[in-house]
Design a protein around this ligand. Structure first.
Ligand code: HEM
Length: 451
């Protein structure tokens, strides 16, 4: 690593250590509030036929959420769901995401006393996931603005463009390794998961040889984005989170001692008013790392399955690679890697004529908004030349608009184009298996024949 500015490590106030003896109690408290109670509640609502609860619980909806989206759409742009109002409408989704009456924070003071107590008891940095504060994903301004400003410089269009040669080199090296393999190959394990993790590892200066660890930890931890996990899955997720935090602690110490010119070195050496607390540092870098590789893998896998099912469009892209940008937008629209998000109203508001009081949690079905027939003609049709595909909300909207959207687009276009050039006859050769996730949508395994 190039040492650019050795200077004494600033004092980051460390979290007081928590007794390991109480760890099982804390885990149980966390599990009960975040997953146990929601699981019971959502399962009951799913049995009653609530479409949103079925979307979150029913195994069939993992395979195909779109039929349930249409049932919800038939009920109107804002309809009641098990967790409060839910929208499938592109116009309402965009308005909610951009509304200054809607935040991502959750006012815990409104929760019943036993829940507040369990949240306090279960609070522990080393078990904190990317959708828990102080992750910027669930933090409102002004803290959100502060976090986003600190990392934004590494994701400007100019910075992303500068990463293009590295992304292409990485994709080509992975495909060189694949070229020697015969028979059926799992494209997710061998390529779609590898490219994003290697790219984000490069940007965050983490050693590439730890990538299999990240993929394992990340795959378990990604489940914490969903509500109502089983105890077994929650424990696996927590093990992944603990391993990730332990790695980050060592990574921060190494970069403090020997900073490079990368983003994480800059974050760990901030001082004065800008310095991040230990918790903020973990939350910020963990989010970048996790968001960096847990989402783009789904874009690449979903793309290959859709293109394989529309061979004529894939052939046309090979003839005219200028179409790749549009094709990536159409994949993001038609089978969105992040299917849903939510916002809490900080004051009374009205969407599509429906008045909603302050404190309401609105579920925004991004995957359904991206198939709204009011915006996208014949929305279930996959068409890489669709003129307005880029109007999708797959990267959300408003102040939380995906920070890595440019990088994800770059990885998508370069990753798919290089794959197509290298293996023009690549085809799906077996049954792809979906990941057992609801918020994220992608494939666990994707068997392909390369030639
Ligand atoms: C196809 C790939 C990707 C998709 C579909 C995606 C989607 C999203 C969505 C929907 C959100 C906002 C969620 C909300 O509004 O509640 C988001 C936020 C975010 N994404 Fe991505 N993402 C992708 C790739 C990436 C990559 C490669 C990075 C790189 C580090 C990244 C970093 C982030 C960060 C830091 C946020 C939080 C932004 C904020 O809260 O201000 N994402 N992403």
């Amino acid at each position: 690593m190039t040492t650019t500015s050795p200077r004494p490590a600033p004092a980051v106030p460390a979290e007081p250590p928590r007794s390991p003896l109480l760890r099982p109690v804390r885990t149980a408290a966390r599990y009960a509030v975040r997953h146990g109670l929601p699981a019971v509640y959502l399962s009951r609502a799913a049995r009653r036929g609530d479409p949103l609860a079925r979307l979150l619980r029913d195994p069939a909806a993992r395979q195909d959420p779109y039929a349930l989206h249409e049932r919800l759409r038939d009920r109107g742009p804002v309809t009641a769901g098990a967790l409060g109002p839910v929208t499938t409408s592109h116009a309402v989704a965009a308005a909610v995401l951009r509304s200054d009456a809607a935040g991502v924070g959750w006012d815990r003071s409104q929760a019943p006393a036993p829940i507040r107590w369990a949240l306090r008891l279960g609070d522990e940095l080393d078990a904190t996931g990317v959708a828990e504060p102080p992750s910027m994903l669930v933090t409102d301004p002004p803290d959100h603005t502060r976090f986003r400003r600190l990392v934004g410089r590494a994701f400007t269009p100019r910075a992303t463009l500068a990463s293009a040669p590295m992304v292409r080199r990485t994709a080509e090296a992975l495909l060189d390794d694949l070229a020697g393999r015969d028979g059926v190959v799992d494209l997710v394990g061998a390529y779609a998961a590898q490219l994003p993790v290697l790219v984000i590892a490069d940007l965050l200066a983490v050693p590439a040889d730890r990538r299999e660890d990240f993929l394992r930890w990340g795959a378990a931890a990604a489940a914490t984005l969903d509500a109502g996990l089983s105890p077994r899955r929650y424990l696996a997720a927590e093990r992944g989170l603990r391993a990730m935090h332990a790695f980050l602690r060592g990574h921060f110490a190494r970069l403090r001692a020997d900073p490079g010119d990368d983003l994480v070195s800059r974050l760990v050496t901030l001082d004065g008013d800008e310095a991040l607390s230990e918790r903020e540092l973990h939350a910020t870098v963990m989010l970048l790392l996790g968001a960096g590789f847990e989402t783009t893998v789904n874009l690449l896998g979903n793309a290959v399955v859709l293109l394989d099912a529309h061979r004529d469009q894939w052939d046309a892209l090979r003839e005219d690679p200028a179409g790749w940008d549009g094709a990536v937008e159409e994949v993001l629209r038609a089978d969105s890697p992040v299917q849903l998000t939510g916002r809490s109203l900080t004051r009374d508001a009205e969407f599509a004529g429906v008045p909603l009081p302050a404190g309401t949690r609105v579920t925004v079905l991004l995957g359904a908004a991206n198939r709204d027939p009011a915006v996208f003609a014949d929305p279930a049709r996959f068409d890489v030349t669709r003129p307005n595909a880029r109007d999708h909300l797959a990267f959300s909207g408003g102040v939380h608009y995906c920070l890595g959207a440019g990088l994800a687009r770059l990885e998508g276009t370069v990753g798919l184009q290089v794959l197509t050039e290298r293996f023009p006859r690549l085809r799906v050769a077996g049954t792809p298996v979906r990941r057992d996730l609801r918020t994220l949508r992608g494939f666990e395994t994707l068997p392909v024949a390369l030639r």
